[in-house]
Design a protein around this ligand. Sequence first.
Ligand code: BMA
Length: 376
Amino acid sequence: MKLRTAASKIIFLCLPIMVFSCKSLYNSEYIRPSLVDEKLNRNARKVHKKLVYISKKGFAIGHQDATTYGIGWHSKDTENTVQSDVFELIGDNPAVYGFDIGRLEIERPFNLDSVSFEAMRHEIINVHKKGGVITLSWHLDNPVTGGNSWDEASAVNSIFTDKAIEKKFDTWLNRVASFIKSLKYKGKAIPILFRPYHEMNGFWFWWGDPNCNAIDYVRLWRKTVRTLRDEHKLHNLLYVYSPNKLNPDDDYMKYYPGDNYVDILGIDIYDFSNKEDYLESVINDLKLVKQLATTKGKLFAFTETGQEKITTKNWFSEVLYPNIKDSGIAWVLFWRNANLGHFYIPFKEHANAEDFKIFANHPETFFLKDLRDLED
Ligand code: BMA
């Protein structure tokens, strides 16, 4: 009798713990990773784990602005339905969705590519609900001149030396934080792969070389992490570092903010209709990124790629696929389908539409439905 009472007491006391405690995410195949944010929420940790699993079997397919617009349509025409040029071709959506928050910092209602931030928030929630992975880039304006991202006038140093610019920039970061804070589903913060200040080894952005030196770049990156993570307590962000393809004198690590500030190593490489050049970069750069990431125990990804208008026959299955299939990348993100002069995923009538289907049929390519089949 006494024993039974004790046993029921234990069950009674443990029940809430049993109900509320969660299954551990970690096992022998997936050891607890060391991440920028030690307090990273469970959903974001699950995304990290998912990406690790995918990278062992293949890679997730991503598309920038996949569901906001495409060739001949805009999401405002199709409220509440997730349409995408990828879906038009293969009957499945991408696994990874790129969004850009450029101009959020200056409180514009639309981003630099005319996507309303309201629609973006709506889409991000929708995509998350359907099991997709979200990545955010930020083509932000030049805080000194008020020009756009491509205004090469020096600005990063001023963030640290000019009080007025610093104040302005802090306000910008606060606005980004507010937007990210609003990305919630069922009361929980939606995981985001945050990829700011990309292609910093290129000359075209004000945060890039030679418009910003490496010391200032690292300071900018760390300040951003500290503001979002420590001040605003955003615990849903994985931080992605993504230089542009390496020119002969480039050092991938030159602007690296440090292992404690980066979760995922990336690289952006485009095919400017020069197959040899493109493949040389894809092969060599991905190999290097893999080496660095593996040593550090981090994920890595092909954060932007594509050939504008896809003029090379069978580009997806014959140029890209054979060279990334064993690369170990967690995802590959194709750039946006803006218009007939600027697109990176074929539309139905395009000469490479069939080729994309062949590419998508390979077991290594993970689309949205494939992601749902993975266990947590
Ligand atoms: C560039 C181009 C631009 C666009 C920018 C941000 O590569 O696609 O047209 O404004 O990305 O998305």
